[in-house]
Design a protein around this ligand. Sequence first.
Ligand SMILES: Nc1nc2c(ncn2[C@@H]2O[C@H](COP(=O)(O)OP(=O)(O)OP(=O)(O)O)[C@@H](O)[C@H]2O)c(=O)[nH]1
Length: 382
Amino acid sequence: MATKIDIISGFLGAGKTTLIKKLLKEAYADEQVVLIENEFGEIGIDGGFLKEAGIQIREMNSGCICCSLVGDFGTSLKEVVDKYHPDRILIEPSGVGKLSDVIKAVQGVQGDVDIVLNSYTTVVDAKKCKMYMRNFGEFFNNQVEYAGAIIMSRTDIIDEKKAQQAMELLRGINAKAAIITTPIEKLDGKKILEVMEKPVSLEEELMSEEEVCPECGHVHEHGEHHHHDHDHDHECGCGHDHEEHEHHHHDHDHECGCGHDHEEHEHHHHDHDHECGCGHDHHDHHHHHADEVFTSWGRETIKKYTREGLEKMLEALSASEDYGIILRAKGMLPAEDGTWIYFDMVPEETEIREGAPEYTGRLCVIGSKLKEDKLAELFGLA
Ligand SMILES: Nc1nc2c(ncn2[C@@H]2O[C@H](COP(=O)(O)OP(=O)(O)OP(=O)(O)O)[C@@H](O)[C@H]2O)c(=O)[nH]1
């Protein structure tokens, strides 16, 4: 049986790891699963948390799984399949990766390796969705637009109105995905996986009632029919033949988000297919690689911290832009009292907990226009 590939995408701190842990426990318990992580920061931090769950983890920290690294990624995927023959490979792209690039990379090796793209899901922080769309739309929106299913995180802590607003924003750029709005801790992992694998939105459910497939003339089951549609959409963004491109152009304009009109868009495709083939509009001056926009700063350290001290440092990070635009910080550090402090921070939300001793202390900050000297000073590591 071909190894199933589940892609779990989502912006920095969205809740990808939280979801993966839940799926491992509740939905993948009887399967052999390998996780491929592509972290943006230089220091692998998540690995530590997930190793406790006892699954195989392969980290790809050398760069993004994107246009330039498709080869490495393919090799990595092949090695994992040959070595472990897993039932499933979970791919957790970096929080600033473009989902379309990852889908394309998987599809690119599908012919050589016995894998099948099974699901492509995006976790969205419902609390920050609006802000991310506005400030980092180029990366954030792509993850939403290409998702088969969208899981809204933090619907447990925001009010209904805000959740509704976030949902509408997401629906505005992805008309088809199933959007999970129920807090995930209320749902069984199996149920979540079911939605990820057969993401049927209400709209499709209603529409497909009596719908006859225009291609084969049959009435399909909901899920079946839906998958059919989705496959087409995604193929369209990923370097498949031109006829199909044109055929689906209507959808594609939306997916691209480039703001150009249809004709112009088509033009770009002709011109730029050669350069990269990833279906992006490279002519657009707003196209960036993640490392042009986001930077990370990380340190290994033996310095000991206190919870109170660390809390203040993390508060200072989001209180101003003195340290740059901070989007994410995490780490595990030795405490003065001999315990270990693990922390997870997204602006205005900090989680500090006790964890198992690590071989050394590590911390990582991700953001835009980071001021490294100031950060080193703040954490007492200058
Ligand atoms: N209240 C609440 N907190 C959440 C939810 N999902 C994630 N978090 C918290 O948000 C923080 C980040 O969650 P992660 O699962 O590590 O996010 P991630 O997407 O893997 O983050 P990256 O490491 O940046 O890729 C953690 O402190 C989580 O406990 C949610 O649905 N509700």
